[in-house]
Design a protein around this ligand. Structure first.
Ligand SMILES: C[S@@+](CC[C@H](N)C(=O)[O-])C[C@H]1O[C@@H](n2cnc3c(N)ncnc32)[C@H](O)[C@@H]1O
Length: 298
């Protein structure tokens, strides 16, 4: 299995401005690439909390960091973290989306390059699968999902073909879904025709965007003063949520009548523009990566 190459590793570590002894949550610990670097800097006096909703990842993390007494593990959606139990923290990292091992594990059903059961659950204990969405959602609902989460212009045509096919026989594999999409889109273009539809069904299966919207305010509230939150996103839908949320935090509160500033913001952006992944990066996902960091002032 190809292990996950951490994306924007140097940029992430320097953006977090880590110090020995700090308390850090890696909200998307995956296979621990970023976590290993974080741990080196915070050292034995630090505390590292590793969160992932994927049980396979948690199992690998326990193996990887088993010798460290200052590492804790939480199998959970990052939207459901109980900060009451953790207390205030210095730094938080969110490296969104799927990991390379998730894409590579043939039984997970994330990839149109591998024939597998249509699953796509990041959390294997969740009930809803991609197969349920593809076979049970109404045509309208499917078209909306494919349009909104895949930004796919031909969403209506794809949804209608999916419904036609499933009336004949249930769509249970990634290959079936990829073939349906491929057959109803014009050939050509740089990316596989099923890329956008697969992204959309994956986002819907895992409620990815809702989870980010829910998690960000709680994460910010849990920061100590001078605490930082770094988020790496991989597509415009994720990045838009992060960008808007950060913007709302750094804008001064104004009096509605006089327009005068009544409260200056308690946050600052570490970089005005997001840091971007490189085209020569080992991990192809890095090419579309954007990293944003915000700091709590007091
Ligand atoms: C891009 S990978 C992170 C890789 C990690 N930074 C590394 O260096 O190995 C994203 C990870 O976040 C997890 N994940 C995605 N959304 C999540 C959520 N809402 N809650 C918890 N974990 C999530 C995925 O299961 C996956 O393991």
């Amino acid at each position: 299995m190809k292990l996950h190459q951490p994306v924007l590793l140097e940029e992430t570590i320097s953006s977090l401005n880590l110090k020995s002894g700090e308390i850090v949550i890696d909200m998307t610990a995956g296979y621990g690439g970023h976590s290993a670097e974080i741990l080196k800097i915070i050292g034995e006096s630090g505390r590292l909390i590793l969160v992932d909703r994927d049980n396979n990842a948690i199992r690998e993390l326990r193996k990887k960091f088993g010798n460290y007494a200052n590492v804790e593990y939480i199998h959970s959606n990052f939207a459901d973290i109980d900060y009451g139990k953790i207390g205030r923290v210095d730094k938080i990292l969110m490296d969104l989306g799927v990991s390379s091992p998730q894409l590579d594990e043939s039984d997970r059903g994330f990839s149109f390059n591998k024939d597998a059961k249509l699953d796509m659950r990041m959390d294997q204990s969740q009930n809803l699968t991609a197969k349920d969405i593809v076979n049970e959602y109404t045509e309208d609902n499917l078209a909306n999902i494919i349009y909104r989460y895949g930004e796919e212009k031909r969403s209506r045509k794809i949804a209608s073909e999916i419904v036609k096919h499933r009336e004949e026989t249930p769509i249970t594999t990634t290959k079936q879904l990829a073939d349906i999409v491929e057959n109803c889109l014009p050939r050509g273009g740089k990316i596989h025709p099923a890329t956008r539809t697969f992204q959309a069904i994956r986002i819907a299966t895992n409620h990815e965007l809702e989870s980010i919207e829910l998690a960000l305010p709680d994460a910010i509230d849990s920061l100590k003063s001078r605490g930082r939150l770094t988020v790496i996103s991989f597509h415009s839908l994720e990045d838009r949520i992060v960008k808007r949320f950060f913007k709302s935090l750094v804008e001064a509160q104004k009096d509605l009548v006089t327009g005068r500033e009544i409260e200056s913001p308690n946050f600052r952006l570490i970089n005005k523009k997001p840091l971007k992944g490189s085209l020569i990066d080992d991990n192809p996902r890095a090419r579309s990566a954007k990293l944003r960091t915000i700091e709590k002032i007091n």
